[in-house]
Each structure stands twice: as C-alpha cells, then as structure tokens.
Write a protein that binds this ligand. Structure first.
Ligand SMILES: [Zn+2]
Ligand SMILES: [Zn+2]
Length: 218
C-alpha cells in the first residue's frame, strides 16, 4: 500500500524512481567464488580454511555473503533498517538468491533483533530476509532464537571482545530441526552468527549454515 502512495527513492543514492536504481544495483560487488568454503572470505582459489577463520572455533558449518559490505552496501542496509522499508527485504533476498545456490535444510531462521534497537527500527532486517528467502527457497521460516542478554555494540571491537560479548547471549527457544539456515544482514567477523549457531546446536541442531546479505572483508 505504502509502496504505491510514496514516491520511491533508491535506497543507496536516493534518486527518485525505484527502490534500488540499476546503477547502484550493478555497482554492488558480488562475492563470487573462489572464496573460503568455511567463512566465505575471498580467496585466490577455493580453500577449506583461510587466514581469517583458521584456528577459530565457529559454531556454523559454512557462511556465505552475497555482496561486499562496502559504502554502497552500508547505505542500502542503513535505509533498510532505519526507514523500515519492507520493499528492500525482497531486493536483499533477490541479491542473495542470485549469488548462491539454494541451501538444503529443514528450516531457515534469523539472528534475533536486539529489543532496544529493534523497537526503534520497527522491524528486523534479518527476520525479513529469512522470510523472503524461506519463501523463495521453499524452506519454513521459524523464529528459533532469543537474546538472553543485551549485547554491546560490536563495532570497532576485536575478535576476542566480540566473542566474549556474544558468549551466552543467545538461546534457542524451541525444539530445533536438524539442519538450519541462519540468516543475518551483515557478516562482520562471524562472532554473532557463531554464537547463534552454537545455541542452535546446543538445542539439538546438527548443522547450521549461515547466509548474510553483505560480508565485510578485511
Ligand atoms: Zn541508486
Ligand atoms: Zn575462512
């Protein structure tokens, strides 16, 4: 309804017209293989571990990101979050679908929103993205996780601090299926999705694969 009434603007460059103009859409950097099989860090050739994930205890089996988390992706995610634009959830899902094959799983779930920050935004991008992807991939979207304690903002923190912040921060709320796809909007170091995946496995999941719209690359 709102889509019809409001003049649409590009989420990245704010030019009126469409929710994401062709120019901005094609300027996103697609994260195509070869990437690290485990954490999706760009690599010169396919590898099973990389400098970024080797030696780290990660709760998920694999992680994939559709686009590079650069200035344009940041603008896209900011519009999506701050303006509660539901049309961008569909676009985000289309970017993911175009970037990777469908994952086989019993359910698709999402990193739960922080209640304080979530209220301000009115909705949670990971949840929207999980529902859109669930519809496109024919996977039941389920709310399986909750936050057991508020986590401080992770921006600017090192790996150790991030891991400490998410330790015990997530719990699974229901009996969980065996194979789960876990969705987040941005993959930065993997600490948050790793904490969520660990909670799902503690509740009985055998395998958790992570899908993110955008992935930061160091
Ligand atoms: Zn644009
Ligand atoms: Zn890796």
């Amino acid at each position: 309804m709102l889509d019809v009434l409001l003049p649409r603007r590009c989420a990245v460059c704010t030019r009126p017209g469409s929710a994401l103009c062709g120019e901005c859409c094609s300027s996103f950097v697609r994260l195509a293989p070869p990437v690290c099989e485990r954490c999706a860090s760009p690599a010169a050739w396919p590898v099973r571990r990389c400098a970024e994930c080797a030696g780290r205890r990660l709760g998920f089996a694999t992680a994939r990101g559709a686009i590079l988390y650069d200035a344009r992706a940041k603008a896209f995610v900011r519009s999506w979050k701050e303006h509660g634009r539901r049309d961008l959830g569909r676009l985000a899902a289309e970017l993911v679908i175009a970037a990777m094959p469908r994952l086989d799983a019993d359910a698709i779930t999402f990193v739960p929103g922080d209640r304080d920050r979530g209220l301000k935004r009115g909705h949670s991008p990971p949840e929207r993205l999980a529902h859109e992807l669930g519809a496109m991939w024919d996977l039941p979207a389920k709310s399986l996780l909750l936050r057991l304690k508020p986590t401080p903002r992770q921006r600017g923190l090192g790996l150790q601090e991030r891991r400490r912040n998410v330790a015990g921060a997530f719990g699974a709320i229901a009996e969980v299926p065996r194979r789960i796809v876990l969705v987040d909007d941005i993959y930065t170091t993997g600490s948050t999705v790793s904490g969520c995946a660990a909670a799902l496995r503690k509740a009985g999941a055998e395998r958790v694969d992570v899908v993110a719209l955008a992935r930061a690359v160091r």
